[in-house]
Design a protein around this ligand. Structure first.
Ligand code: MSP
Length: 527
């Protein structure tokens, strides 16, 4: 990730239902990557949005006796936009596939591919899953059970597939098989993690079929520009959001030039669309393929993907109302290896909240600031001659920064966070060993007391910057209490790469009382 700019995208979310914590998980992970890059001083853009066309939304709207546009407007306003505030997403843009800018961009793209001979008319029949909005191949199909016994069902949704037979337009995806395989070969980190890459390569090595990209049986979609009796297949429409949001196909493509290509963060269920169909579309249009496509794991409930359609969804606010936004973000980034499946439990989040956030980090910050208040009249102490233990803290911080940076570049958010936590643990150990409260009793140790507390406070400064991408509310509170905002500038402006430069807080900087960062929580017995 060393280019001058970085563009991070989340998938755009179907508006058939309200978000659950699986969706919030995708949002938070992508947000952390974007915030981390901004903290590096990199010109960074974060995009998220909603996917509003297709049969699934149309059917949901009809089931609620409303039209799809009104339904989408309601869900965006009442559920999807509020989610961003609930988990503190710092997106620069929010695209809806019903935006005029998007519809025009999609039509411009389609017209170009049609004019260049990449789209043709044909006949198609196949088994379609409306839940996935995808034609299914034999390997994606299972035998139904219970009410669906004897029927063929989708492996993901466990619902019956529908036989679709239509005259469609097709995208000549098969023409890109060799170029795609060459891409995976030449850029082994294009699709991540490695297990996902292997699956994608195996898929493309089989016969890559052309893709049906239009529908005539319903009209909730973007009209095919040269044939209004067809609407665009919802996935072909949706994938283009990543470039229509950068004004693709308009007179001013400066955003596209500045930010494209992107890093796409998606759930593993939709990796194939992003790692196969999408690069083929871009190749056909003569655009660069993405930098990276990262497929993260699922939040599981009872061993299965958490989903609203299976009634296993937990609303994000059920968690944020108890633990707060920062803890939500911290927990999912820390407890689950990014790229693997994970599960959520109230016991686990409560335990980590108490041990790591409240006792580990929150207590450390409040103890150090309280000692500065008591022994140095709420000012940054002067550091005198340093001892090996003090230098070990500074060295650890520099080392952690390097390791965390490298982990983020591998999308290993959990590793970056675990590395940063080594500083929390080391500082707690340092204070226990140095016993500043004992030093304070001996006037001859005044210099040593200053050095110990100055070191610990510098450690807090480093933690505020390193944790700002993950727990921005607590990091900002700490920054303010340290007096750092006035002394060395806004938290967001502190270059992450310079965190290890020791002695940034000038001696004498006035500090203020720290609000409790992670207050005690009562967990409802019923949970
Ligand atoms: N609209 C498509 C994406 C189009 S992108 C051009 C879509 N939408 S979705 O709302 O169904 O899912 C959006 C994202 O949420 C996907 O990345 C999906 O993997 C993720 N998740 C949905 N349930 C999830 C879990 N239980 N756990 C983790 N992520 C989950 O697909």
């Amino acid at each position: 990730m060393s280019s001058p700019s970085q563009y991070f995208t989340t998938p755009i979310f179907y508006v058939n239902d309200a978000p659950h914590i699986g969706h919030a998980y995708t949002e938070v992970a992508t947000d952390v990557l974007a915030r981390w890059n901004r903290q590096r001083g990199t010109d960074t853009r974060l995009l998220t949005g909603t996917d509003e066309h297709g049969q699934k939304i149309l059917r949901t709207a009809s089931a609620h006796n409303t039209d799809p546009q009104a339904w989408a407007d309601k869900l965006v306003r009442e559920a999807w936009e509020p989610l961003l505030a609930e988990v503190n997403i710092s997106n620069d843009d929010f695209i809806r596939t019903t935006d005029e800018r998007h519809e025009k961009g999609v039509q411009a793209f389609l017209q170009k591919l049609y004019d260049d001979g990449y789209i043709y008319a044909g006949e198609f029949d196949g088994l379609y899953c409306v839940g996935c909005e995808e034609f299914k191949t034999k390997t994606d199909v299972a035998e139904g059970t219970g009410a669906f016994a004897g029927e063929q069902v989708c492996k993901i949704h466990s619902k019956p597939l529908e036989l679709l037979q239509e005259k469609n337009y097709f995208f000549k995806m098969s023409a890109f098989q060799d170029r795609l395989l060459a891409l995976y070969e030449e850029r082994p980190d294009f699709v991540q993690p490695a297990s996902a890459r292997n699956e994608v390569v195996a898929f493309v090595q089989q016969d890559l079929a052309d893709l049906s990209i239009s529908r005539t049986s319903f009209d909730w979609g973007i009209p095919i520009p040269w044939d209004n009796s067809h609407v665009t297949y919802v996935w072909f429409d949706a994938l283009l959001n990543y470039i229509t949001a950068l004004n693709y196909g308009t007179e001013d493509e400066s955003l596209l030039e500045r930010y494209w290509p992107a890093n796409h963060i998606v759930g593993k269920d939709i990796l194939r669309f992003h790692a196969v169909i999408w690069p083929a579309m871009l190749m056909a249009a003569g655009l660069e393929v993405p930098k990276h496509v990262f497929g993260h794991g699922w939040l599981l409930v009872g061993g299965e993907k958490m989903s609203k359609s299976k009634l296993t969804g937990i609303a994000p606010n059920e968690i944020t109302e108890t633990f707060g936004t920062d803890a939500f973000r911290y927990y999912f980034m820390r407890a689950i290896s990014f790229g693997q499946d994970g599960s959520f439990s109230w016991e686990d989040i409560a335990a980590r909240y108490q041990a790591e956030l409240a006792n580990g980090f929150g207590n450390l910050a409040s103890r150090v600031l309280a000692m500065n208040a008591k022994y140095f009249d709420s000012a940054q102490p002067e550091s005198a001659e340093s001892a090996a233990a003090d230098r070990a803290i500074a060295e650890l911080v520099a080392d952690v920064v390097a390791r965390a940076e490298a982990a983020i570049d591998r999308f290993a958010i959990h590793e970056a966070l675990a590395a940063v936590w080594e500083i929390v643990d080391a500082l707690n150990g340092y204070i226990t060993e140095q016993e500043p409260w004992v030093l304070a009793k001996d006037a001859a140790q005044r210099d040593r007391l200053g050095t110990v507390l100055a070191t610990a406070t510098e450690g807090l400064r480093a933690l505020a910057v390193l944790l700002n991408p993950v727990i921005p509310v607590a990091a900002e509170k700490l920054w303010v209490a340290l007096g750092a905002a006035d002394a060395i500038g806004a938290l967001n402006e502190q270059p992450l790469g310079e965190v290890g430069n020791w002695g940034q807080l000038p001696a004498g900087t006035k500090q203020t009382q720290l609000e409790v960062l992670f207050p005690r929580v009562e967990i409802n017995e019923a949970k």
